[in-house]
Design a protein around this ligand. Sequence first.
Ligand SMILES: [Zn+2]
Length: 250
Amino acid sequence: MLLQHATWPEVETYLKTSDGIVMPIGSTEQHGPIGLIGTDALTAEIVAKGVGEATGALVAPTISVGMAQHHLAFPGSITLRPTTLIAVIRDMIASLSRAGFRRFYFINGHGGNVATVTAAFSEIYADASLAPTGNQPGLRCKLRNWWQSPAIGALSKELYGNAEGSHATPSEISLTWHAYPEAVRSAPMDPPIAPTGDFTDASDYRGRFPDGRIGANSGLASREAGKRLYETAVADIAAEYRKFLAAGQT
Ligand SMILES: [Zn+2]
């Protein structure tokens, strides 16, 4: 169930049976000529909703804006500074933990968030360790990049091989098209497989990757692939969420 579609008495009842919650987190940033700007937030949310349906987990509101400074030379992209994103995550977890939630399972749609989310977890654990009452065990956070679950990694490789790339990938675009068929569109991909390499700030990124893609042939995306990716991701990640809840239970 979506937290935003629940009432407070329903959440109170839920907490009697589970202290876990799924936290979708993504980004709002350019995704090449045919990928939606919301791709990373949408993919995280699509998978999180599926995991919620499969496991009965509550799903928190999606953190839709992430760490995307390197995309700002493309219109429509929005970033939070790493310190801002850390503050958002800390405050959301503090709010939910006050109510009794203890296990926070983040489903992430954006590689650029990983370092910052991991730092936020370290801050949260430090808060617990440094609290005046001493060490406060029990609060656990986990980050799962949906595209790196074992089964999804294998499926993306099977579907796209080295045309998968790392930004505006056909897999992530396919997943959005599965959930939002009206989003399907096409445009020339020149070259078909985009360049790869490192980048620093937004100007540097646009200079190296002129249409926004990195290493990907977005034009291979399809709704059919999106359906397979969705079903595989939900099955894989729902199983992992159940293990996450079981681990550490006494
Ligand atoms: Zn993406």
